[in-house]
Design a protein around this ligand. Structure first.
Ligand code: SF4
Length: 152
């Protein structure tokens, strides 16, 4: 049976999923025998977040809404893979975590105008992660190695 794959972006520049589209351009024909892409807003309209075999997730969690969303993705995914440095470490997209007291004071009005969590969370901090792919953006060879392991 084909694996159901979902690809999700949280707060970031989406550089990892852009690179992922390039990897798919080279590898998708072979991979489509093993998997169906059920959710990937870069290439298809939104669909239900439900019953994934493999979820690939990039970015950081910045708001309660995003935290609820990643928890729902976790509950609906057999395997969840953190894709890229932001998802693994919270940086660079969680730069506000590194602000000095002066920088925080300067950015206070902007920060207060969004429903931000006290700090940006990596995907690994927000939910249990089963595997990870290094890089900013992701390393292509590592992506292929990790992804092929999970789509079988
Ligand atoms: S790891 Fe780098 S390329 Fe990937 S989403 Fe974060 S900032 Fe963008």
């Amino acid at each position: 049976m084909k694996k159901k794959v979902g690809i999700f972006s949280f707060t970031c520049d989406e550089g990892c999923s852009i690179l992922l589209v390039e990897i798919f351009n080279k590898k998708l024909v072979g991979w489509l025998e093993k998997m169906d892409i059920k959710y990937f807003l870069s290439i298809k309209e939104e669909s239900e977040v439900k019953d994934f075999d493999v979820a690939l997730v990039e970015g950081v969690i910045n708001t309660e809404k995003e935290l609820k969303e990643i928890k729902k993705i976790r509950e609906n995914s057999k395997t969840l893979i953190a894709m890229g440095a932001c998802a693994m470490t919270g940086q660079p997209s969680g730069q506000r975590n590194l602000f000095s007291a002066d920088q925080l004071a300067e950015a206070k009005d902007t920060l207060n105008s969004f429903p931000f969590l006290p700090k940006a969370l990596s995907i690994k901090e927000a939910v249990k992660v089963d595997d990870e792919i290094i890089g900013c953006p992701i390393n292509e060879g590592k992506f292929i190695e990790v992804f092929e392991k999970w789509i079988g």
